[in-house]
Design a protein around this ligand. Structure first.
Ligand code: DP6
Length: 336
């Protein structure tokens, strides 16, 4: 068998994608920091065949992944028409623990999309824009995955201030002050359990949501304001928009029908402690949340020492088994 390997990072949204139309078209634009340490490495082994697929997670055969991969290959049949003429073994592993509550769909789907793009190239099929096509394919696997193919930031969804932005693929974005290119993201693992409601179901609940139209319009405005803050190096302005986006995401969950809550009591305790610390010390420490209870702490690299001390002394107690992961803005995927 021939093989190809890509390592693709996770990402954390600053303006949140929440709500979509068929097939995987976002209801609003989003922008994210590409991460560095949290990543999926996927090796795709392939040989001529008839579409047999086997998936291995951390070396162990994992047939439960097959339905998602088959759906992905159906959706990307136009881009990867050769998939049915090959037998494939997909070997995938994550740099973060499976039970950490960190979503592997963005990094996993982007790693697989990149592998298939490399196979496409190796088979001599025409490829015009490798990363754009990889991003589009990743999107069809998982919306946020479209943003994992570029660093240091990526924007997905048509937005008036981003030239070339598209609902079909993400674009790289780096028109930001240097401070944001080395921003830190320390992920507090508040809860490692299975989510009570999946992202896919949550997106669906935005259909007919009382606040949907206002929320989608707000995301456009927040993205414009965030871009201005990041271009100007305005960390305080950045933090205010990012925290508001996180709380709005969870407010949408709490006000959908059926309603649900993904935060845990310790999520709120962490948020209160961050606000008190900021008030008392003036340190630029901000948070964001994804669709779960874990808290992403965002701060400039220059404040790393004092903030890591604060995490150990005041925040660690709110983490399951005292665990957290240190990450930072990264440069995007790598072929290995
Ligand atoms: C809250 O990309 O996981 O993390 O497209 O159904 O796979 P699917 O959803 P997914 O949704 C991510 C939602 C979010 C916000 C974000 O990453 O923008």
């Amino acid at each position: 068998m021939k093989e190809v390997t890509w390592k693709s990072p996770s990402n954390i949204a600053l303006v949140k994608y929440w709500g979509k139309y068929p097939v995987q078209i976002p209801a609003n634009p989003s922008i994210s920091f590409t991460l560095s340490a949290a990543a999926t490495t996927t090796t795709l082994k392939y040989a001529p065949g008839n579409g047999q697929i086997e998936v291995f997670l951390e070396g162990v055969s994992t047939p439960s992944f097959l339905p998602k991969i088959k759906t992905f290959l159906e959706r990307t049949a136009e881009q990867f028409p050769f998939a049915g003429t090959l037998d494939m073994e997909i070997h995938t592993s994550n740099s973060f623990p499976h039970s950490s509550g960190i979503a592997s769909s963005a990094s996993g789907m982007s790693a697989l999309a990149l592998c298939l793009m490399s196979v496409k190239q190796a088979l001599g099929l025409p490829v015009e824009n490798f990363f754009e096509e990889a991003s589009e394919a990743a999107r069809l696997g998982s919306g946020s995955g479209s943003r994992s193919v570029y660093g240091p930031l990526a924007a997905w969804g048509t937005h008036r201030d981003i030239t070339g932005s598209s609902d079909r693929w993400a674009v790289a974005y780096d028109d930001v002050a240097d401070v944001f290119k080395s921003f830190q993201d320390t992920i507090l693992l508040v809860d490692k359990g299975e989510k009570v409601v999946s992202s896919t179901v949550g997106h669906g609940l935005m259909e007919g949501h009382t606040y949907a139209e206002a929320r989608f319009a707000q995301a456009h405005t927040n993205q414009s304001e965030l871009l201005t803050c990041m271009r100007n190096g305005d960390i305080e302005g950045f933090g205010a928009i990012v925290e508001s986006e996180a709380l709005t995401l969870h407010a949408m969950m709490m006000s959908s029908r059926p309603y649900f809550i993904l935060m845990k009591p310790n999520t709120l305790k962490v948020i209160e402690a961050i606000w008190a610390f900021r008030e008392k010390t003036g340190n630029p420490l901000y948070f964001t949340l994804d669709a779960g209870a874990n808290v992403h702490l965002l701060y400039p690299k220059s404040h790393k020492d004092v903030i890591l001390q604060f995490i150990d002394s005041d925040l660690r107690t709110f983490c399951k088994d005292g665990s957290y992961l240190c990450d930072e803005v990264g440069q995007g995927p790598k072929q290995l």
